[in-house]
Design a protein around this ligand. Sequence first.
Ligand code: FUB
Length: 325
Amino acid sequence: MKNSRQNDPLVTHIFTADPSAHVFEGKLYIYPSHDLDHDEPSNDNGDQYKMEDYHVLSMEDADAPCIDHGEVLHLKDIPWASKQLWAPDAAYKNNKYYLFFPARDQDGIFRIGVATSESPAGPFKPEPNYIPGSFSIDPAVLVEDDKAYVYFGGLWGGQLEKWQTGEFISDAEGPAPTEPALGPIVAELTDDMLNFKGEPQEISIIDEEGNPILAGDEDRRYFEGPWVHKYNGLYYLSYSTGTTHKIVYAVSENPQGPFVYKGTILTPVSGWTTHHSIVQFKDKWYLFYHDCSMSGGVNHKRSVKFTELKYNEDGTIQTIDPYGD
Ligand code: FUB
């Protein structure tokens, strides 16, 4: 536990990453990945991200101490999962809390599972199987009135390229640089939040002229870590550009897109990955993100931080330099 200050690690006793922040029961709850403190080598498949459990963090206020509620779900209790509990998200509906999380199944294929709790602080009880038809990583859930959508997908270790035909093709590669980039996937959830209502759909991200963002446009194309929030009646899809290490965003009138690319929210942090969430708490908006400062730059030993996010009058988001004033 520590006194929280913006742009400092929320907690220092464990490594945390991939924060999904929500306001539940009047408090800020943060659902991060829990990075293991090991010294094994890294690769482009992300084998170094070998997380085995989830902790829940909360703060009464933006300047209050951050509480670690401890382990709320462990790999050994998830019957279908074999390894790598990557970036989760949480949602509230039907008087319950749902934790959505990716993990590799017994065949090494990333799937998305759900666990439930009566409390936002857990513990969470996993469903016996992953969501049928789910694939890839980084679920992010938007609950709106009586509808709920889950957004997901990540390139490289996240396996999104391998699902272009609707089947898992283990040696499939992404589109050529001059082809439209792969977009994140969206699926509407059933009322009980445990299944997809229909077939998951790929989201299209386009430029202001209506042209698709191309796979070779690494400053703007989707890589992983989708997050969707609503501001002034519009849907904002934000995501990591992966190889160029930025958090960028695109806007739509429809939760399923197409989304029009707008700009950069967060310039690169220390470490290879960047992953965020955006939440309104009281009268301010906050960006939760991670970096590797606390570990001296070790890519798989990350720390969750947060900072205020500001909009311009036209609804665009002001770019944040994580190490600026
Ligand atoms: O934490 C493992 C992976 O790294 C996440 O799923 C990605 O978004 C990236 O942050």
